[in-house]
Design a protein around this ligand. Structure first.
Ligand code: PLP
Length: 456
């Protein structure tokens, strides 16, 4: 398995050919999910005592298994939060794997971590956080949100008065599901301000004022969203920051999806107040064109993250030694062993420069505006709300929830597009609507037009 032989050489050629074909394709096929039993029937037993051989396994991958995936970078994949890793980043993802770097400690991964930190400096500079703020790459937004919540909770519990208390955080119902999920993991209660639209400081204040004395004592953090996943809405970060400061609460901003737009001059002002956050989540694998998986958590005070996350163990003692000193990513988030997952982003940023990133992100915002104008002109559809960041919510006039579902499956079945429905709160009721989320700068106006036409 660890030998270098002709089979390895052939495998390398096959993998490189496949990679080149895949990354030079501008219109990869939208695959369809098959049931596990169907896939098994197609490929048979692949894990055997003797192995089936790389050539056979790779053939099965190409012929059957790859075709059962939906490429996130397809220009008409506008569902959920799609992605569009740059080709440079994808190539360097291969280099990252081939380099076999342990990315937890500087002692082993100094070169890789140095590159990650260069990319991180750019991300941190977009936030406007004060000097000393810094971050670390995580497996995604969920891990970044958890790392931040745990840091906030541990900091709060430094006060003996709160040691035996279960913490409480406030977010809005527009906050991403991972905030609720991670509150569960961290065993803290969560209170949701009843708005899917902008959470204003005034609403937050009202919610805090309405807490019981014990709830107020348990409250330690507020989560604002810098671009809701459903609609691209940015909370009143300035207002929330002021209240957090006044009430002595940790202010976390979840900008996992929207954080890329900090680089876009056209919308940067909407994030004002983010520079006062105690922690921020930004996912480079969403709108910073990194391959999966690559999230980031940034802290105003890095030391607090270290106090919460630094792992102790006799076999880790060497890392406290002067000779091993440097930036240790493991100290600032929940994971020990880690890939240097910021490396592909570093290479792509170094290759293209930050201006190209700015342009590509602005294009996503522009596509949302273009889609909005097309919807306004089309008699069959109407906007549910103005496009925000790169999200567009719109309704097909006269459609029931089942119509949206049927349309989604039909487009998927034809291999034409992946556009999925969502729900939007209309008064007290939830309405099923259609949603676009633009990330890929190669999506064209024609793609949008074709999708809208398919609703007629
Ligand atoms: C605002 C927001 N926060 C958190 C997450 C979770 O991120 P991940 O899927 O990378 O764990 C998402 C994912 O879409 C998101 O949009």
């Amino acid at each position: 398995m660890h030998k270098i032989d002709i089979e390895l050489v052939e495998m390398t050629m096959d993998v490189m050919k496949y990679t080149i074909d895949r990354i030079s394709s501008t219109n990869p096929k939208i695959g369809k999910p098959k049931k596990s039993e169907e896939l098994k029937a197609l490929v048979g037993e692949t894990i055997t005592r003797e192995g089936i051989g790389g050539e056979v396994a790779f053939k099965k991958w190409r012929k059957y298994l790859m075709k059962s995936n939906v490429p996130v970078d397809h220009p008409r994949n506008l569902a959920f939060v799609p992605a569009a890793p740059t080709r440079a980043a994808i190539m360097f993802d291969l280099v990252t794997s081939a380099s076999s770097i342990h990315g937890a400690y500087w002692m082993e991964g100094a070169g890789g971590i140095f590159c990650e930190n260069e990319a991180m400096k750019w991300i941190v500079s977009l936030t406007g956080l004060p000097k000393g703020a810094f971050g670390v790459f995580t497996s995604g937004g969920t891990a970044a949100n958890l790392s931040a919540i745990v840091t906030a909770r541990e900091h709060w519990r430094e006060n003996d008065a709160f040691k035996g208390e279960k913490g409480l955080i406030i977010a809005s119902i527009g906050a991403h599901s991972s905030i609720k999920a991670m509150a569960k993991v961290a065993d803290v209660d969560i209170l949701l301000v009843d708005t899917e639209d902008i959470m204003y400081g005034s609403e937050l204040q009202k919610t805090i004022d309405g807490l019981t004395e014990h709830q107020r004592m348990r409250l330690f953090a507020v989560v604002g969203t810098g671009g809701t996943t459903n609609a691209g809405i940015i909370d009143d970060l300035e207002g929330i920051a002021s209240i957090c400061e006044k009430e002595n609460l940790w202010f976390h901003v979840d900008a996992a999806y929207g954080g890329g737009a900090l680089a876009a001059d056209s919308v940067r002002h909407l994030f004002n107040g983010i520079e006062k956050a105690d922690s921020i989540t930004i996912d480079p694998h969403k709108w910073m064109f990194s391959p999966y998986d690559c999230g980031a958590v940034i802290y105003k005070n890095l030391e607090l993250a270290k106090q919460a996350h630094s792992q102790q163990g006799s076999y880790l003692d060497i890392f406290k030694d002067e000779g091993a000193h440097g930036f240790n990513p493991t100290d600032y988030q929940i994971q020990l062993t880690r890939r240097v997952r910021g490396l592909p982003l570093w290479f792509s940023l170094a290759t293209h420069g930050t201006d190209r990133y700015k342009e590509a992100i602005e294009r996503g915002i522009e596509l949302a505006q273009i889609a909005g104008r097309m919807i306004e002109k089309n008699p069959h559809v109407e906007l549910v709300r103005e496009p925000s960041l790169s999200c567009v919510l719109y309704r097909r006039i006269g459609w029931s929830p089942e119509d949206y579902t049927h349309w989604t499956y039909e487009n998927h079945r034809k291999g034409f597009a992946l556009v999925t429905p969502t729900k939007w709160k209309n008064g007290n009721a939830f309405e099923t609507v259609s949603r676009f989320c633009f990330i890929n700068p190669d999506t064209t106006e024609n793609d949008i037009e074709m999708i809208l036409d398919s609703m007629v």
